[in-house]
Design a protein around this ligand. Structure first.
Ligand SMILES: O=C(O)c1ccccc1NCC(=O)[C@H](O)[C@H](O)COP(=O)(O)O
Length: 207
């Protein structure tokens, strides 16, 4: 499994999280308790310049997304709203890794195949505890996908084992490794330990 730790809010969060060697670190630029400003994001990326930072955006004009991605020297862009499939093409043309996220309730979106990102990310809907993994059973596209939604050391293995799809490649999490709104070394350690114990840490990236 590839791992993306999302919602990095400070240099401390970034340093602690990257000490566990996740594949990607996420910076949230849209409305969220984990929203980061451009100046802080830029400082974090420049301080850890060998790490791959993904900016998370929601329904922003694509020109604005690209401008922020360039200012902050991001590796990739995750669109988490109702963006047009063409925005994904523009992200790829601009040489950023492109992730298209969808919040999944009971089924996959009908227009999923119109999007050609590097990865999909299937997240839970707001207000529920976890992702409905049954909804992923019909996934038959060629694009690799991550899952997200309330993952923690307690439920990650059980969740991974529920998904037997060859395109399932990664997990994304935020709150499951946070205490008092900060990334927590003990929770991170527990999380990576359970992954490693089950040989679920590591995997092949698209790039
Ligand atoms: O996490 C947020 O606050 C958020 C808000 C708006 C858009 C996207 C957001 N998160 C991006 C993600 O990739 C996942 O939703 C997140 O990492 C999963 O978080 P959690 O359920 O707490 O593990």
């Amino acid at each position: 499994m590839l791992v993306k730790i999302c919602g990095i809010k400070s240099l401390d969060d970034a340093i602690i999280s990257s000490s566990f060697y996740p594949d990607y670190l996420g910076l949230i630029f849209c409305d969220s308790p984990r929203k980061i400003n451009i100046a802080t994001a830029k400082k974090i990326v420049n301080s850890l310049n060998n790490k791959k930072f993904i900016g998370v955006f929601q329904n922003n004009p694509i020109e604005e997304v690209l401008e922020i991605a360039k200012i902050c020297n991001l590796f990739g862009i995750q669109l988490h709203g109702e963006e047009d499939p063409n925005d994904i093409e523009i992200i790829k043309e601009n040489k950023f890794l492109a992730i298209k996220a969808f919040r999944i309730e009971s089924s996959l979106p009908e227009n999923l195949s119109e999007y050609k990102p590097d990865y999909f990310l299937f997240d839970k809907v707001k207000g529920v505890k976890n992702l409905n993994t049954d909804a992923l059973k019909s996934y038959n596209l060629n694009v690799l996908f991550f899952i997200a939604g309330g993952l923690s050391s307690e439920n990650v293995i059980e969740t991974i084992q529920k998904i037997s799809n060859p395109k399932f490649c990664g997990i994304d999490l935020a709150s499951g490794v946070e205490r008092e709104n900060k990334k927590d070394p003990i929770l991170l350690n527990n999380f990576f330990n359970v992954l490693k114990k089950q040989n679920f840490f590591g995997g092949q990236k698209v790039e």
